[in-house]
Design a binder for this molecule. Structure first.
Ligand code: LHQ
Length: 265
């Protein structure tokens, strides 16, 4: 098993095929700094490279998931550096890295997810929320438009009318409402969050990782193309999936009437 790389503003732990990235500035509700988004990107690169990692969990230390951009840091941007530069070099790369990672990502939303923190939560493939979680667009409350992929993800998950309402008013959505909106997969009591997420993450980490990665690629592609193109892309993904060891093992296990032992290969 590989050793876990260390970063400063996040914790990065690998166990039983699951890498857990914990945003770790609890006194600031894990508000995101440049250093932190760089560390998250580096951690995601490790997740992409390391074949032992077959599922990723992102969560927050303390009572928040992430309050989004650290607003005190914005006052110290380098000369000539625009907010657009900040986004292009930081959050845009991070959100795309999550989208492109061919491994499942679960956001364990322990508390408030606001602004770019909401962007990170929505860019995960699944969200399990504590009853104490909430989702706060935050951008409009400080006169801003959405960033960090929130315009893209929120309307796909909740529909355009709800996305507009939330982004134009900044209204806080609590966990139960987030469930009815389709923003989260499941809501669990706060004390059960870690265990629920671990059980799901371990299950996914023992799955046919290439097949799950190809599923993610197919869904990502299907979100933006015609049915004819989606069908063609599905056929391409299946050509790859059919050659995996895990596909052979799945069929063999079915024929032998035993549970499959997937290795991720
Ligand atoms: C914070 C923050 C924070 C610093 C709480 N920064 N300290 C990217 C790039 C460039 C341009 C701008 O946009 C972006 C993307 C974005 O993310 S924009 C949105 C940025 N985020 C916000 O505007 C959210 C600001 N925070 C809040 O509205 C509230 O804190 C929420 C609703 C998240 C939580 O409220 P409470 O549970 O009542 O907690 P609190 O407000 O008491 O916060 C606890 C502490 O954390 C507090 O510090 P203190 O010293 O008083 O204990 C806050 O100042 C600090 N904090 N968010 N983003």
């Amino acid at each position: 098993m590989p050793s876990s790389p260390r970063f400063e503003t996040i914790l990065f732990d690998i166990a039983e095929g699951v890498a857990t990235i914990t945003l770790n500035r609890p006194d600031r509700l894990n508000a995101l700094t440049t250093q932190m988004s760089k560390a998250m990107l580096a951690a995601l690169k490790t997740c992409a490279r390391d074949d032992h990692i077959r599922c990723v969990v992102i969560t927050g230390a303390g009572r928040g998931f992430s309050a989004g951009q650290d607003l005190t840091e914005l006052a110290h941007t380098p000369d000539g550096w625009t907010v657009g530069d900040h986004l292009r070099h930081g959050y845009n790369r991070l959100i795309l890295a999550m989208h492109d990672l061919e491994k499942p990502i679960i956001a364990a939303v322990n508390g408030v997810a606001a602004g770019a923190g909401l962007g990170v939560a929505l860019a995960a493939d699944m969200r399990i929320a504590s009853e104490k979680a909430s989702f706060v667009p935050a951008f409009i409350s400080i006169g801003l438009a959405p960033d960090s992929g929130v315009s893209w993800h929120l309307q796909r998950l909740a529909g355009p009318a709800r996305a507009f309402e939330l982004l134009a008013t900044g209204r806080k959505v609590k966990a139960e409402e987030a469930l009815t909106m389709g923003l989260v997969n499941q809501v669990v009591p706060a004390e059960a969050l870690e265990e629920s997420v671990n059980a799901l993450a371990r299950q996914l980490a023992q799955g046919p990782t290439r097949g799950i990665g190809l599923t993610k690629r197919a869904l990502n592609r299907a979100a933006t193309v015609s049915l004819a193109e989606a069908l063609d892309y599905e056929a391409q993904m299946q050509d790859i999936a059919i050659r995996t060891q895990d596909h052979r093992e799945g069929v063999q296990a079915f024929l032998e009437k035993r549970p499959p032992q997937f290795t991720g290969a």
